[in-house]
Design a protein around this ligand. Structure first.
Ligand code: CLR
Length: 406
Protein backbone atom coordinates (compact mmCIF):
# COMPACT_ATOMS: atom_id res chain seq x y z
CA UNK A 1 0.00 0.00 0.00
CA UNK A 2 1.40 3.38 -0.97
CA UNK A 3 1.46 6.13 1.58
CA UNK A 4 0.09 9.48 0.50
CA UNK A 5 2.86 12.10 0.22
CA UNK A 6 3.12 13.71 3.64
CA UNK A 7 4.82 16.90 2.55
CA UNK A 8 5.76 19.03 -0.38
CA UNK A 9 9.10 17.30 -1.04
CA UNK A 10 7.50 13.89 -1.28
CA UNK A 11 4.93 15.23 -3.74
CA UNK A 12 7.77 16.15 -6.13
CA UNK A 13 7.94 13.50 -8.93
CA UNK A 14 11.71 13.49 -8.44
CA UNK A 15 11.18 12.14 -4.93
CA UNK A 16 10.01 8.72 -6.13
CA UNK A 17 12.70 8.65 -8.84
CA UNK A 18 15.29 9.16 -6.13
CA UNK A 19 13.90 6.29 -4.06
CA UNK A 20 14.52 3.94 -7.01
CA UNK A 21 18.12 5.07 -7.39
CA UNK A 22 18.71 4.34 -3.70
CA UNK A 23 18.46 0.56 -4.35
CA UNK A 24 21.73 -0.99 -3.24
CA UNK A 25 22.58 1.64 -0.65
CA UNK A 26 21.00 -0.17 2.30
CA UNK A 27 24.20 -1.07 4.15
CA UNK A 28 25.70 1.30 6.74
CA UNK A 29 28.52 3.52 5.48
CA UNK A 30 32.06 2.20 5.54
CA UNK A 31 33.99 4.68 7.68
CA UNK A 32 37.37 3.00 8.04
CA UNK A 33 39.80 0.87 6.03
CA UNK A 34 41.17 -2.29 7.58
CA UNK A 35 44.75 -1.56 6.53
CA UNK A 36 47.66 0.57 7.54
CA UNK A 37 49.13 3.04 5.13
CA UNK A 38 52.58 1.52 4.80
CA UNK A 39 53.56 3.08 1.50
CA UNK A 40 57.34 3.41 1.22
CA UNK A 41 58.40 6.92 2.24
CA UNK A 42 60.08 8.36 -0.84
CA UNK A 43 61.10 12.00 -1.17
CA UNK A 44 58.71 13.79 -3.50
CA UNK A 45 61.45 16.18 -4.60
CA UNK A 46 63.74 13.25 -5.40
CA UNK A 47 61.17 11.95 -7.85
CA UNK A 48 59.95 15.28 -9.20
CA UNK A 49 63.16 17.24 -9.68
CA UNK A 50 63.62 15.90 -13.18
CA UNK A 51 60.08 16.80 -14.19
CA UNK A 52 59.99 20.59 -14.02
CA UNK A 53 57.59 22.04 -16.60
CA UNK A 54 55.62 18.81 -16.97
CA UNK A 55 51.95 18.31 -16.30
CA UNK A 56 50.54 15.49 -14.21
CA UNK A 57 49.29 13.45 -17.16
CA UNK A 58 52.85 13.18 -18.48
CA UNK A 59 54.44 12.05 -15.24
CA UNK A 60 55.14 8.42 -14.60
CA UNK A 61 55.04 8.31 -10.81
CA UNK A 62 55.49 5.22 -8.65
CA UNK A 63 52.14 3.93 -7.46
CA UNK A 64 53.17 4.70 -3.88
CA UNK A 65 52.38 8.35 -4.70
CA UNK A 66 48.78 7.35 -5.34
CA UNK A 67 45.90 7.20 -2.89
CA UNK A 68 43.13 4.62 -3.36
CA UNK A 69 40.62 7.10 -4.79
CA UNK A 70 39.95 8.19 -8.36
CA UNK A 71 39.59 11.73 -9.63
CA UNK A 72 35.89 10.92 -10.15
CA UNK A 73 35.56 10.13 -6.46
CA UNK A 74 37.47 13.29 -5.56
CA UNK A 75 34.70 15.23 -7.31
CA UNK A 76 32.11 13.19 -5.39
CA UNK A 77 33.84 14.39 -2.21
CA UNK A 78 32.28 17.77 -2.98
CA UNK A 79 29.05 16.20 -1.73
CA UNK A 80 30.16 15.90 1.90
CA UNK A 81 28.53 19.17 2.95
CA UNK A 82 25.32 19.23 0.88
CA UNK A 83 23.43 20.03 4.11
CA UNK A 84 24.52 23.61 3.35
CA UNK A 85 22.59 23.53 0.07
CA UNK A 86 19.46 22.41 1.89
CA UNK A 87 19.96 25.24 4.38
CA UNK A 88 20.46 27.71 1.51
CA UNK A 89 17.23 26.53 -0.03
CA UNK A 90 15.33 27.41 3.17
CA UNK A 91 16.52 31.03 3.34
CA UNK A 92 14.04 33.79 2.47
CA UNK A 93 16.81 36.37 2.22
CA UNK A 94 18.94 36.25 -0.99
CA UNK A 95 22.02 37.36 0.98
CA UNK A 96 21.73 34.33 3.27
CA UNK A 97 21.11 32.06 0.30
CA UNK A 98 24.34 33.14 -1.38
CA UNK A 99 26.21 32.95 1.95
CA UNK A 100 25.31 29.28 2.42
CA UNK A 101 26.02 28.50 -1.22
CA UNK A 102 29.44 30.17 -0.89
CA UNK A 103 30.09 28.19 2.29
CA UNK A 104 29.32 25.03 0.34
CA UNK A 105 31.74 26.06 -2.44
CA UNK A 106 34.44 26.66 0.19
CA UNK A 107 33.70 23.40 2.02
CA UNK A 108 34.97 21.54 -1.04
CA UNK A 109 38.53 22.31 0.04
CA UNK A 110 38.36 20.79 3.51
CA UNK A 111 39.00 17.34 2.03
CA UNK A 112 42.40 18.38 0.64
CA UNK A 113 44.21 18.70 3.98
CA UNK A 114 47.22 16.31 4.13
CA UNK A 115 46.21 14.58 0.91
CA UNK A 116 49.49 14.92 -0.98
CA UNK A 117 48.82 11.96 -3.21
CA UNK A 118 47.66 11.33 -6.72
CA UNK A 119 44.16 9.99 -7.26
CA UNK A 120 43.84 7.33 -10.00
CA UNK A 121 43.29 8.77 -13.43
CA UNK A 122 39.85 7.61 -14.64
CA UNK A 123 39.67 5.57 -17.83
CA UNK A 124 37.64 6.94 -20.72
CA UNK A 125 33.97 6.10 -20.07
CA UNK A 126 34.61 5.23 -16.42
CA UNK A 127 31.70 6.26 -14.20
CA UNK A 128 31.13 6.74 -10.53
CA UNK A 129 27.75 7.01 -8.82
CA UNK A 130 26.90 7.95 -5.27
CA UNK A 131 23.53 7.88 -3.57
CA UNK A 132 22.87 8.99 -0.03
CA UNK A 133 19.33 8.01 0.98
CA UNK A 134 19.93 9.70 4.35
CA UNK A 135 20.76 12.99 2.60
CA UNK A 136 18.24 12.62 -0.23
CA UNK A 137 20.58 13.02 -3.20
CA UNK A 138 22.02 11.07 -6.10
CA UNK A 139 25.25 11.87 -7.95
CA UNK A 140 26.84 10.54 -11.13
CA UNK A 141 30.02 11.42 -13.00
CA UNK A 142 31.45 10.11 -16.28
CA UNK A 143 34.95 10.51 -17.71
CA UNK A 144 33.99 12.09 -21.03
CA UNK A 145 37.47 12.83 -22.37
CA UNK A 146 40.90 11.33 -21.72
CA UNK A 147 43.23 13.88 -23.38
CA UNK A 148 42.60 16.34 -21.81
CA UNK A 149 41.03 14.52 -18.84
CA UNK A 150 37.46 15.75 -18.30
CA UNK A 151 34.72 14.45 -16.01
CA UNK A 152 31.09 15.53 -16.37
CA UNK A 153 29.06 15.40 -13.16
CA UNK A 154 25.39 15.78 -12.24
CA UNK A 155 23.69 15.50 -8.86
CA UNK A 156 20.24 16.29 -7.59
CA UNK A 157 17.87 16.30 -4.64
CA UNK A 158 14.39 17.77 -4.33
CA UNK A 159 15.92 21.08 -3.18
CA UNK A 160 18.75 21.54 -5.70
CA UNK A 161 20.63 20.35 -8.76
CA UNK A 162 24.43 20.67 -8.83
CA UNK A 163 26.42 19.92 -11.96
CA UNK A 164 29.54 20.83 -13.87
CA UNK A 165 32.74 19.85 -15.50
CA UNK A 166 35.86 18.73 -13.72
CA UNK A 167 38.93 19.29 -15.84
CA UNK A 168 42.28 20.40 -14.53
CA UNK A 169 45.40 21.89 -15.99
CA UNK A 170 48.47 21.02 -13.97
CA UNK A 171 52.10 22.05 -14.06
CA UNK A 172 55.14 21.40 -11.93
CA UNK A 173 57.09 24.61 -11.41
CA UNK A 174 59.83 23.21 -9.21
CA UNK A 175 58.81 25.10 -6.10
CA UNK A 176 55.15 24.14 -6.40
CA UNK A 177 52.90 21.82 -8.29
CA UNK A 178 49.85 23.79 -9.42
CA UNK A 179 46.49 22.38 -10.36
CA UNK A 180 44.02 24.81 -11.98
CA UNK A 181 40.45 23.62 -12.50
CA UNK A 182 38.88 24.96 -15.70
CA UNK A 183 35.18 24.08 -15.62
CA UNK A 184 32.19 26.04 -14.34
CA UNK A 185 29.96 24.62 -11.60
CA UNK A 186 26.21 25.21 -11.64
CA UNK A 187 23.72 25.11 -8.81
CA UNK A 188 19.98 25.35 -9.39
CA UNK A 189 18.47 26.14 -6.02
CA UNK A 190 14.81 26.02 -5.05
CA UNK A 191 13.86 28.98 -2.88
CA UNK A 192 11.11 29.11 -0.23
CA UNK A 193 8.90 31.07 -2.66
CA UNK A 194 9.05 28.15 -5.13
CA UNK A 195 11.31 29.89 -7.62
CA UNK A 196 14.53 28.31 -8.89
CA UNK A 197 17.71 30.36 -8.87
CA UNK A 198 20.90 29.62 -10.79
CA UNK A 199 24.29 30.08 -9.13
CA UNK A 200 27.66 29.49 -10.79
CA UNK A 201 31.27 29.51 -9.67
CA UNK A 202 34.67 28.27 -10.73
CA UNK A 203 37.10 26.39 -8.54
CA UNK A 204 40.31 27.96 -7.37
CA UNK A 205 43.90 26.76 -7.71
CA UNK A 206 45.13 23.85 -5.63
CA UNK A 207 48.85 23.70 -5.16
CA UNK A 208 51.34 21.30 -3.61
CA UNK A 209 53.87 23.49 -1.81
CA UNK A 210 56.84 22.74 0.43
CA UNK A 211 58.18 20.10 -1.97
CA UNK A 212 61.84 21.13 -1.86
CA UNK A 213 61.82 21.66 1.91
CA UNK A 214 60.55 18.11 2.28
CA UNK A 215 57.23 18.85 3.99
CA UNK A 216 54.73 18.98 1.13
CA UNK A 217 51.22 20.28 1.89
CA UNK A 218 48.24 21.37 -0.16
CA UNK A 219 47.40 25.03 -0.42
CA UNK A 220 44.26 26.37 -2.12
CA UNK A 221 44.22 30.00 -3.16
CA UNK A 222 42.53 32.52 -5.42
CA UNK A 223 39.33 34.49 -5.80
CA UNK A 224 36.01 32.81 -6.27
CA UNK A 225 32.89 34.63 -7.46
CA UNK A 226 29.71 32.86 -6.44
CA UNK A 227 27.27 34.47 -8.81
CA UNK A 228 23.51 34.41 -8.61
CA UNK A 229 22.15 34.74 -12.16
CA UNK A 230 18.57 35.20 -11.02
CA UNK A 231 19.11 38.34 -8.94
CA UNK A 232 22.39 40.11 -8.47
CA UNK A 233 23.18 39.24 -4.88
CA UNK A 234 26.59 37.63 -5.26
CA UNK A 235 29.37 36.60 -2.94
CA UNK A 236 33.06 36.97 -3.52
CA UNK A 237 35.51 34.79 -1.61
CA UNK A 238 39.24 35.32 -1.39
CA UNK A 239 41.29 32.26 -0.44
CA UNK A 240 44.66 33.57 0.76
CA UNK A 241 47.88 31.82 -0.22
CA UNK A 242 49.65 30.34 2.85
CA UNK A 243 52.38 32.87 2.45
CA UNK A 244 55.80 32.89 3.94
CA UNK A 245 55.85 30.79 7.15
CA UNK A 246 52.19 29.93 6.67
CA UNK A 247 50.90 33.17 8.21
CA UNK A 248 47.73 33.08 6.12
CA UNK A 249 47.30 29.31 5.99
CA UNK A 250 43.69 28.23 5.24
CA UNK A 251 42.38 31.80 5.45
CA UNK A 252 39.26 32.77 3.53
CA UNK A 253 37.65 36.21 3.52
CA UNK A 254 34.77 37.54 1.52
CA UNK A 255 31.65 39.64 1.24
CA UNK A 256 28.17 39.75 -0.21
CA UNK A 257 27.98 42.15 -3.14
CA UNK A 258 25.01 43.61 -4.92
CA UNK A 259 24.02 46.60 -7.00
CA UNK A 260 20.73 46.72 -5.14
CA UNK A 261 20.40 47.85 -1.58
CA UNK A 262 21.09 44.81 0.61
CA UNK A 263 22.53 44.78 4.11
CA UNK A 264 26.27 44.28 4.33
CA UNK A 265 27.71 40.89 5.15
CA UNK A 266 31.28 39.76 5.32
CA UNK A 267 32.73 36.25 5.46
CA UNK A 268 35.72 35.21 7.51
CA UNK A 269 37.18 31.90 8.47
CA UNK A 270 39.42 28.98 7.62
CA UNK A 271 38.66 26.29 5.05
CA UNK A 272 40.19 23.63 7.31
CA UNK A 273 38.04 24.55 10.32
CA UNK A 274 35.09 26.99 10.42
CA UNK A 275 33.62 29.74 8.26
CA UNK A 276 31.49 32.61 9.66
CA UNK A 277 29.26 35.35 8.28
CA UNK A 278 29.25 38.79 9.99
CA UNK A 279 26.60 41.47 9.66
CA UNK A 280 27.32 45.21 9.90
CA UNK A 281 26.80 45.03 13.67
CA UNK A 282 29.59 42.38 13.87
CA UNK A 283 27.19 39.67 14.95
CA UNK A 284 28.56 36.40 13.74
CA UNK A 285 26.85 33.27 12.49
CA UNK A 286 28.72 30.06 11.84
CA UNK A 287 28.02 28.96 8.26
CA UNK A 288 30.18 25.83 8.15
CA UNK A 289 32.28 23.64 10.35
CA UNK A 290 34.66 20.89 9.26
CA UNK A 291 33.62 17.37 10.21
CA UNK A 292 35.80 15.56 12.70
CA UNK A 293 38.88 14.12 11.10
CA UNK A 294 40.07 11.01 12.95
CA UNK A 295 43.40 9.64 11.65
CA UNK A 296 42.83 7.30 8.73
CA UNK A 297 45.04 5.46 6.22
CA UNK A 298 46.25 7.73 3.40
CA UNK A 299 44.82 10.68 5.41
CA UNK A 300 41.43 9.99 3.85
CA UNK A 301 38.36 11.47 5.49
CA UNK A 302 35.68 9.02 6.68
CA UNK A 303 33.48 10.40 3.89
CA UNK A 304 36.18 9.59 1.30
CA UNK A 305 36.56 6.10 2.74
CA UNK A 306 32.85 5.47 2.29
CA UNK A 307 33.08 6.14 -1.45
CA UNK A 308 34.90 3.04 -2.66
CA UNK A 309 32.98 0.51 -0.54
CA UNK A 310 31.60 -2.34 -2.62
CA UNK A 311 28.84 -4.07 -0.69
CA UNK A 312 26.90 -7.17 -1.77
CA UNK A 313 23.75 -5.04 -1.80
CA UNK A 314 25.26 -2.57 -4.25
CA UNK A 315 27.02 -4.97 -6.68
CA UNK A 316 24.01 -5.94 -8.83
CA UNK A 317 23.05 -2.27 -9.32
CA UNK A 318 26.41 -1.00 -10.55
CA UNK A 319 27.31 -0.67 -14.23
CA UNK A 320 30.57 -2.42 -15.27
CA UNK A 321 32.17 1.01 -15.70
CA UNK A 322 31.94 1.98 -12.02
CA UNK A 323 35.21 2.96 -10.29
CA UNK A 324 34.47 0.57 -7.42
CA UNK A 325 35.19 -2.29 -9.83
CA UNK A 326 38.72 -1.17 -10.77
CA UNK A 327 41.17 -3.89 -9.68
CA UNK A 328 44.20 -1.57 -9.46
CA UNK A 329 42.52 0.87 -7.11
CA UNK A 330 41.14 -2.01 -5.04
CA UNK A 331 44.64 -3.53 -4.72
CA UNK A 332 45.97 -0.13 -3.57
CA UNK A 333 43.20 0.07 -1.00
CA UNK A 334 44.21 -3.24 0.60
CA UNK A 335 47.91 -2.34 0.56
CA UNK A 336 49.00 -4.54 -2.38
CA UNK A 337 51.05 -1.88 -4.12
CA UNK A 338 52.87 -4.15 -6.60
CA UNK A 339 49.63 -5.69 -7.77
CA UNK A 340 48.13 -2.18 -8.00
CA UNK A 341 50.99 -1.03 -10.25
CA UNK A 342 50.70 -4.13 -12.43
CA UNK A 343 46.94 -3.82 -12.86
CA UNK A 344 47.17 -0.09 -13.48
CA UNK A 345 49.65 -0.70 -16.32
CA UNK A 346 47.48 -3.42 -17.79
CA UNK A 347 44.37 -1.21 -17.84
CA UNK A 348 46.22 1.78 -19.25
CA UNK A 349 47.84 -0.34 -21.97
CA UNK A 350 44.42 -1.71 -22.92
CA UNK A 351 43.10 1.86 -23.12
CA UNK A 352 46.02 2.93 -25.35
CA UNK A 353 45.30 -0.02 -27.64
CA UNK A 354 41.66 0.98 -27.97
CA UNK A 355 42.60 4.56 -28.66
CA UNK A 356 44.95 3.49 -31.42
CA UNK A 357 42.20 1.46 -33.05
CA UNK A 358 39.85 4.43 -32.92
CA UNK A 359 42.52 6.75 -34.35
CA UNK A 360 43.04 4.34 -37.23
CA UNK A 361 39.32 4.20 -37.88
CA UNK A 362 39.10 0.51 -37.00
CA UNK A 363 36.40 1.06 -34.41
CA UNK A 364 33.82 3.80 -34.05
CA UNK A 365 34.70 7.11 -32.50
CA UNK A 366 34.02 7.21 -28.78
CA UNK A 367 31.13 9.24 -27.40
CA UNK A 368 30.15 9.91 -23.81
CA UNK A 369 27.32 7.61 -22.80
CA UNK A 370 25.38 9.73 -20.30
CA UNK A 371 26.24 13.35 -21.09
CA UNK A 372 26.21 15.56 -24.17
CA UNK A 373 27.65 18.99 -24.84
CA UNK A 374 25.01 21.77 -25.02
CA UNK A 375 24.78 25.54 -24.69
CA UNK A 376 23.61 26.45 -21.23
CA UNK A 377 20.17 28.12 -21.47
CA UNK A 378 21.11 30.83 -18.94
CA UNK A 379 24.86 31.43 -19.17
CA UNK A 380 25.21 30.59 -22.88
CA UNK A 381 28.40 28.67 -22.10
CA UNK A 382 29.09 25.13 -23.33
CA UNK A 383 28.28 22.58 -20.64
CA UNK A 384 27.65 18.85 -20.25
CA UNK A 385 23.95 18.07 -20.17
CA UNK A 386 22.94 14.94 -18.27
CA UNK A 387 20.20 12.93 -19.98
CA UNK A 388 18.93 11.16 -16.86
CA UNK A 389 19.12 7.84 -18.74
CA UNK A 390 21.80 6.53 -16.38
CA UNK A 391 19.29 5.99 -13.60
CA UNK A 392 16.68 4.31 -15.83
CA UNK A 393 19.23 1.91 -17.29
CA UNK A 394 20.55 1.20 -13.79
CA UNK A 395 17.08 0.34 -12.52
CA UNK A 396 16.30 -2.03 -15.41
CA UNK A 397 19.71 -3.73 -15.43
CA UNK A 398 19.69 -4.15 -11.65
CA UNK A 399 16.21 -5.67 -11.61
CA UNK A 400 17.13 -8.05 -14.44
CA UNK A 401 20.28 -9.18 -12.62
CA UNK A 402 18.41 -9.77 -9.38
CA UNK A 403 15.60 -11.75 -11.01
CA UNK A 404 18.17 -13.85 -12.89
CA UNK A 405 19.90 -14.66 -9.61
CA UNK A 406 16.85 -15.94 -7.77
C1 CLR B 1 40.46 20.02 -5.09
C2 CLR B 1 39.00 20.31 -4.84
C3 CLR B 1 38.26 20.47 -6.15
C4 CLR B 1 38.45 19.26 -7.07
C5 CLR B 1 39.90 18.86 -7.20
C6 CLR B 1 40.41 18.55 -8.41
C7 CLR B 1 41.80 18.06 -8.63
C8 CLR B 1 42.51 17.61 -7.35
C9 CLR B 1 42.23 18.67 -6.27
C10 CLR B 1 40.71 18.78 -5.94
C11 CLR B 1 43.08 18.42 -5.00
C12 CLR B 1 44.55 18.18 -5.28
C13 CLR B 1 44.78 17.05 -6.29
C14 CLR B 1 44.03 17.47 -7.56
C15 CLR B 1 44.51 16.52 -8.62
C16 CLR B 1 45.96 16.24 -8.24
C17 CLR B 1 46.21 16.91 -6.87
C18 CLR B 1 44.31 15.74 -5.73
C19 CLR B 1 40.23 17.55 -5.19
C20 CLR B 1 47.27 16.12 -6.08
C21 CLR B 1 47.52 16.70 -4.71
C22 CLR B 1 48.59 16.09 -6.84
C23 CLR B 1 49.62 15.22 -6.22
C24 CLR B 1 50.88 15.25 -7.05
C25 CLR B 1 52.01 14.43 -6.63
C26 CLR B 1 53.20 14.54 -7.45
C27 CLR B 1 52.03 13.58 -5.46
O1 CLR B 1 36.89 20.68 -5.86
Amino acid sequence: EKKAPSNEAEADPLFSELQKSFHGYEAPLRLNLGVNDDRPKISLWGILKGMIGKDMTKMALPVSFNEPTSLLQRVAEDMEYTDLLNLASQQDDPAWRVLYVAAFAASEYASTINRVAKPFNPLLGETYELCRPDKGYRFVIEQVSHHPPVGAAYSESVNWKYYGESSVKSKFYGKSFDISPLGTWYLELKTPSGKTELFTWKKITSSVVGIIAGNPTIDNYGQMLVQNHSDDVNCILDFKPRGWRGTHAYEVKGSVQSTSDVPEYTVNGHWNDKIFAYNSGSNKTMLWQNHERPPRPFNLTPFAISLNALTDELKPWLPPTDTRLRPDQRAMEVGQYDLAAEEKNRLEEKQRGKRKMRDQGEVQEWRPRWFSMKKHPITGEDYWEFSGEYWNVREEAGKAKLSGQS
